[in-house]
Design a protein around this ligand. Structure first.
Ligand code: SAH
Ligand code: SF4
Ligand code: F3S
Length: 463
């Protein structure tokens, strides 16, 4: 993920000493984006001014991801590059999952870094930065299972929707995954605290929220489950769209599906990571469901929620993947007909159980590459067919931003389709009804449905 782009204008306050500036660059998942917003919030409350470029910033924080090796390689490269933006007194800190995973090793590898702070340590940032200014170096990587940053007001930069963490950490132990090591044990925020934040978001003029957690549908605050949370958030005055990511197939109780189906603001889209279509492979991944369980979960959701869009995550080349197991993944894609999928080549992560599997189970790079290409072609082919079948449909979009071509606007439907429309940039943040007129296979183009005008009165005969 690239750096956060649009920062709101800073207030025109004339002060004797200028505020120190802070720039945060964010990598990884939405949880990291939400954490960066919390860090900005914490630092603004301590007198820092956010800036949208590293050039000359007093503090540069790189909020990192450790999910695959290439995510870390990118950050290491970027840390080197950032040197050229540093003034002599600039403080550079590394935060997030890679900071948690590597700890003090980051300080050894990058001498210009003064702070290494894991996801549960952001509360201490102002004090750590004060220490760094005195020339000290710090590593803060303790987990704090009470930490939800409840009293920190997030400084949001995404224009039209709000990321709301509802759960931190993960108690699953999928054998490929570093997240339980980098994010610690699972804990849920109190429902009332989440609802309060959603109400504040509405007061700020936003009407779409995305509830975040590693296995978000296992949410439980001691008194309320995820079904309660969906209902409570979905009925906050002024909320028009509720999304959530990522659920785990094992935590889709009938209660949760029922809450989704009967809360009109909850969007008809579920991102349901499948990882593999083979039961034996799922067992080695310790996903705790079989191919049949996954299909049964999909069937229950589709029966309850008409028009449900489904997207997924898939890993290719996990240790021991046989041709047959890979074919099972392709066939599950054909059976479910996902709207879209994020596909990843397996990346061995230090300390995870997958690294202790027999070395002869390692899949050669060329086999992984061939399988990956086949999977991408299969998934893209299916989504193209799905999307061609949608042309002519009319749907409501929330307009998110100017599209990459610089001319059209880009919006999202409730079922997570990306649609480009010709409209005035002033409509960003508004809802617009469009008819789908074309598709690239992945995204759509649409035309706004013109609002029906009152017919002009006919000229009077003989006047
Ligand atoms: N909590 C989410 C996943 C978060 S990580 C869940 O359980 O669904 C996002 C995705 O990255 C995962 O779904 C998986 O497909 C992929 N991923 C995680 N670890 C990986 C690894 N070691 N190699 C390749 N892909 C990985
Ligand atoms: Fe990782 Fe599995 Fe937890 Fe998802 S559920 S974060 S894949 S351990
Ligand atoms: Fe990456 Fe950490 Fe998210 S490893 S995917 S930033 S939870």
């Amino acid at each position: 993920m690239s750096a956060l782009r649009s920062l709101p204008e800073l207030p025109d306050v004339v002060t004797a000493t200028p505020k120190p500036t802070v720039y945060i660059e964010t990598y990884g998942c939405q949880m990291n984006v939400a954490d960066s917003e919390l860090m900005y919030g914490k630092l603004v409350a301590h007198g820092y001014a956010p800036v949208d470029a590293p050039d000359g910033a007093d503090v540069i924080l790189v909020n990192t991801c450790a999910i695959r090796e290439n995510a870390e390689t990118r950050v290491i490269g970027r840390l080197g590059e950032l040197r050229r933006f540093m003034k002599p007194d600039t403080i550079v800190g590394v935060t997030g999952c890679m900071a948690q995973r590597l700890g003090a090793r980051v300080l050894d590898q990058a001498r210009h870094v003064s702070l290494v702070v894991g996801p549960d340590g952001y509360r201490a940032l102002p004090a750590l930065l004060d220490g760094a200014r005195r020339g000290e170096k710090f590593t803060a990587t303790d987990f704090d299972i009470e930490e939800h940053y409840e009293d920190v007001v997030a400084r949001r930069f995404e224009g039209v929707k709000a990321w709301i963490p509802v759960q931190r950490g993960c108690d699953y132990r999928c054998t490929y995954c570093i997240v339980p090591f980098t994010r610690g044990p699972e804990r849920s925020r109190k429902l009332a605290d989440v609802v309060r934040e959603v109400q504040q978001v509405v007061e700020q003029g936003l009407s779409e929220v995305v509830l975040l957690g590693q296995t978000v549908n296992s949410y439980h605050d001691g008194a309320h489950d995820f079904a309660d949370l969906l209902r409570a958030v979905g009925t906050v005055d002024g909320i028009r769209r509720v999304r959530y990511t990522s659920p785990h197939p094992n935590d889709f109780s009938d209660r949760v599906i029922e809450a989704m189906a009967t809360t009109p603001t909850v969007c008809e889209h579920v991102h349901l990571p499948m990882q593999s279509g083979s039961t034996s492979m799922l067992k080695r991944m310790l996903r705790r469901y079989s191919r049949e369980d996954y299909l049964e979960c999909v069937a229950r959701m589709r029966a309850a929620i008409p028009g449900l869009a489904l997207t997924t995550d898939i890993i290719v080349g996990f240790p021991g993947e046989t041709d047959e197991e890979f074919e099972d993944t392709l066939s599950l894609c054909r059976e479910v007909r996902f709207d879209d999928a994020f596909m990843f080549k397996f990346s061995a992560r230090e300390g995870t159980p997958a690294t202790r599997m027999p070395p002869e189970w390692t899949i050669p790079d060329d086999v992984v590459a061939t399988r990956f290409d086949r999977l991408v072609r299969t998934v893209r082919g299916i989504s193209r067919e799905n999307n061609l079948g949608r042309l002519g449909e009319t749907m409501e979009l929330l307009i998110e931003k100017v599209a990459r071509d610089g001319e059209l606007l880009q919006g999202r439907s409730r079922d997570f389709k990306t649609v480009m429309v010709p409209a005035d940039a002033a409509r960003i943040g508004e809802y617009l009804t469009v008819t789908l007129t074309g598709t690239t296979g992945a995204t759509f183009t649409g035309t706004p449905v013109t609002e029906r005008r009152e017919r002009a009165p006919l000229p009077m005969m003989g006047a």
